[in-house]
Ligand binder design. Structure first.
Ligand SMILES: *[C@@H]1O[C@H](CO)[C@@H](O)[C@H](O)[C@H]1NC(C)=O
Ligand SMILES: *[C@@H]1O[C@H](CO)[C@@H](O)[C@H](O)[C@H]1NC(C)=O
Ligand SMILES: *[C@@H]1O[C@H](CO)[C@@H](O)[C@H](O)[C@H]1NC(C)=O
Ligand SMILES: *[C@@H]1O[C@H](CO)[C@@H](O)[C@H](O)[C@H]1NC(C)=O
Length: 423
């Protein structure tokens, strides 16, 4: 009898404890669910657990990533000095020693106000000759300035406020994305990129008198008699011309032509450009495979590039060019398509390998709180450029937070000693 009573009492206690545990458990989880971040455009069929983990870290991002870091101020001052070309006279010829421009650090000189002067020359120098650029998929002209300096010219195809719908690589190149990318790289301290600036050319005055015969063959007069260009390239079509604006001008991105041999490689994280899934989209251990093929240095470089591409949403880097064993950030025209979308899978190299070069991280970390886009606006203002709408600037800041969250996710998973690399 007393044994039976004791058994009954312990059963009662057990149930009480179980209820308690359940109560606290449900309290905890509902608390978390309540603050769940709502994200448009994440693909739940693709690596859903990684994306969910990253977004969880985004919800609990330490506050230091949301405020300006004073350590960036001296760096910003130096950038301003390099790009502030107002008050400088044209007395010194910037093109004098171009053959000595490339160093181990960068593709062109950075000190002494030279970057600003290069851009101004690219923007204003008289054009001696215009031709179709020899190859490529999208319309590009080649301008000759100052006797021997060449520029690529990618014409404007969209208004800044146009939103590109469809897949991540849809549409024509965006000329502003090319130029935005250049300033972004400068602010991120990625020096393996080529100077690029917004330039306007007057078709009747600057182009027609110095156009090659080949270019003239790809120009047609439209019904109102203006000269329009359809160019010569893989996707160029007679019905897809670029025509001058009200002032007779065509706006475009002028990109310095570097007469160097780049080695071309296929990116391990390239897209299939059809419905077929690539290895990296199916295999969460894909990075291990890449580790067996590429050096750590190259992988860290690819991770840097993925961070850069994620910020502008360039999902079209199926191949990459290398010079002096470093990836050159060429062809950045597929960014800034839709400010409402953040395709997280552009960051696959980062969240699949979960490592980042320590120097990249130390610089990235101090760009928080608005410094990144504020500096891009400031530097481009010296050439009178407006490179994107406010929505795009906001999107870049939002994506920066997602990069921080991805790093936090990696630290949580592997520990910081494994994430930060000094190679
Ligand atoms: C740029 O340089 C000019 C002339 O040296 C100077 O007056 C101006 O304050 C500078 N602008 C900035 C933002 O530093
Ligand atoms: C630029 O030229 C003007 C006169 O044309 C002169 O007053 C000024 O000092 C020059 N600036 C520099 C930085 O040489
Ligand atoms: C131009 O013509 C091609 C077919 O040759 C067509 O596919 C394309 O949509 C046309 N583009 C425009 C802007 O009408
Ligand atoms: C021809 O081009 C001019 C300049 O770009 C433009 O204003 C005009 O609308 C065009 N006319 C036609 C019929 O496309």
């Amino acid at each position: 009898m007393s044994l039976n009573y004791a058994f009954g009492f312990s059963l009662f206690l057990l149930i009480l404890v179980a209820l308690n545990i359940y109560f606290f458990y449900s309290l905890n989880t509902t608390g978390k669910r309540g603050s769940m971040y709502n994200v448009p455009g994440i693909k739940l069929d693709l690596a859903p657990s990684v994306f969910k983990d990253i977004y969880d870290h985004l919800n609990y991002l330490p506050s230091q990533y949301k405020i300006k870091n004073p350590k960036f101020i001296p760096i910003q001052k130096n950038l301003v000095k390099s790009f502030n070309s107002s008050g400088l006279n044209n007395t010194k010829n910037v093109w004098q020693n171009t053959e000595n421009w490339v160093s181990e650090e960068s593709l062109f000189p950075h000190g002494d106000g030279v970057p600003g002067r290069i851009l101004r020359e690219m923007q204003t120098s008289q054009i001696a000759l215009v031709d179709n650029a020899p190859k490529g998929t999208q319309m590009k002209l080649l301008l000759l300035i100052q006797e021997k300096q060449k520029l690529y010219f990618k014409p404007k195809r969209y208004q800044l406020s146009d939103v590109i719908h469809g897949n991540i690589y849809a549409g024509f190149d965006r000329h502003n994305s090319e130029v935005f990318a250049y300033y972004l790289a400068m602010v991120m301290n990625f020096k393996w990129i080529i100077p690029s600036v917004i330039r306007r050319v007057h078709v009747a005055k600057d182009v027609v008198p110095v156009a090659t015969l080949g270019l003239k063959k790809t120009m047609i007069r439209n019904e109102s008699g203006s000269f329009c260009i359809y160019g010569k390239c893989f996707y160029c079509k007679v019905n897809e011309t670029v025509c001058p604006d009200r002032n007779g001008e065509i706006e475009g991105a002028a990109i310095l032509y570097l007469d160097k041999q780049f080695k071309v490689h296929k990116s391990p994280w390239r897209r299939s450009y059809n419905s077929k899934k690539m290895d990296w989209e199916k295999d969460n251990d894909f990075c291990k495979k890449v580790m067996g093929i590429l050096s750590l240095k190259r992988i860290l470089n690819l991770i840097d590039v993925s961070i850069f591409d994620f910020l502008i949403q360039n999902g079209d880097r199926h191949r990459y060019e290398v010079y002096k064993n470093k990836i050159v950030l060429l062809d950045n025209g597929k960014g800034l398509g839709n400010p409402m979308i953040d395709e997280l899978d552009i960051l696959a190299p980062l969240y699949q390998c979960c490592m980042i070069s320590l120097s990249t991280w130390q610089h990235l970390e101090i760009l928080s709180g608005g410094h990144l886009t504020e500096t891009i606006k400031l530097l481009s203002s010296f050439q009178g450029e407006i490179l994107a709408t406010e929505e795009h600037f906001k999107a870049v800041e939002r994506r920066l937070l997602k990069i921080y969250a991805t790093i936090q996710y990696c630290i949580g998973k592997h520990g910081s000693a494994k994430v930060f690399k000094t190679a």
